[in-house]
Design a protein around this ligand. Sequence first.
Ligand SMILES: *Cc1c(COP(=O)(O)O)cnc(C)c1O
Length: 479
Amino acid sequence: MAAQRNKATAGQQESILRQLPAVDRVLENGQILDWARERGFDRRFLRLAANHFLDDLRSGIRSGRVDANHLEERLAHLAEGVATSAESLLQLNLCAVINATGVVVHTNLGRSPWSAAAADRVAALSRRYLNLEFDIEAGKRGGRDAPVERLFHQILPDAGVAVVNNNAAAVLLVLNTLADGKEVVVSRGQLVEIGGSFRIPEVMGKSGSILREVGTTNRTHRSDYEAAINPNTGLLLAVHPSNYRVVGFTEGVSLEELVEIGRAHGVPVAEDMGSGNLLDLSPFGIPHEPSVGDRLASGVDLVTFSGDKLLGGPQVGFVAGKPEFVQRTRTNPLFRALRLDKATFLAIEATLAAYVAGQLDEIPTVAMLKAPRDVLQRRAEALAKRLCAEVPEGRVKIDVVEVDSRVGGGAAPETDLPSYAVSLESEEGPNRLATALRLSDPPVIARILEDRLVMDLRTVQRDEEDDLVAVVASVLTAD
Ligand SMILES: *Cc1c(COP(=O)(O)O)cnc(C)c1O
């Protein structure tokens, strides 16, 4: 109502609008020209920023937000105004967020944060020329993924490996290479959809292969596969069910058995492993998932897996297995369309090198998965103490609570990882608090559990703790 009362009449607004300078006048301002030259902005962008600034004032005047005095004030600081408009036009959308959800491989938050070694390598080398496809010793063209294969051999000496953009691409490539125009036999219990519209039947359609479903949702037998094999069978495919489980009255065919069936009929066998852990994670409380090495030891011809799930690297899809099969995928023309950027190569090399050296704590995802409970408890207690010191008493109840973290990324969906969180409980409920934290800089993404907002320390990196304290303190002391 107050705005209504103060609002200028249409005639007054017109006269304020007439005081707005023309864009060409703004572009004659010496201060603005100097600033644009310094920043390397061209004339076209400068005009865009000036128009943006003037449009903003124009709509302010029309809405009554900008009166004559306000306008005079803004025009007295013309250069600052245009600079602010320029910055807002250039604002980038991606920003770092603090993941306090406790979901380690969080697909909405960029999955695995890169290791410092991976990030440093990219920062140092991406500005320069590299021997990406150049054999320095021979002085001629070299293979793009040879360095990755060399490192991979130190982990799994007998396996061939090729890398593409992500695991979805790896699956597409394997299907197209081994079964274009041919049938691929898959159990009905494994025709899964992974979040983000990756569905096995649809990928298969795009690969040119023909889905041959066998068995039922809960039970598939060896004889089902055997009965489906015919002269046009190109591949037997096993798929990790990832984010769901078939439980109860179930039966499946093990990968070892599938390999036997494939051998007996001369049909290759592949598995989409999904997460693809290079390590046995059971010492860290994650139920035994066969590792890439375990799977290859079963005799499977190819496996595919992601680089940015449990492996903790950049977004990559691995095709690993029998060297002659890997080589066939590499010579498929699709391979060229799915290849990695140099930044990803740099990051995956650094990540694999940490595995070779056993420096697991250097890989954030792995370090988070194996973080000991007592360490998480101490961190939560220290964080709660710092918050209690900064936040006026009575506004909110700050506690340390036990919570369950999640692996995420479709891996081990039923596994809870016991963890510790700082919980905030206030009279107004957790939703407003969650929104305020999300809209902070940096955004803090937390979880709501019953009436509390909880921040799980497992997924908060140590060098983010100061920011976290500052953001939470500022939200809790505001208004
Ligand atoms: C995650 C997943 C994919 C897709 O992998 P991206 O790396 O996200 O492309 C495919 N198959 C399974 C079983 C998965 O878990």
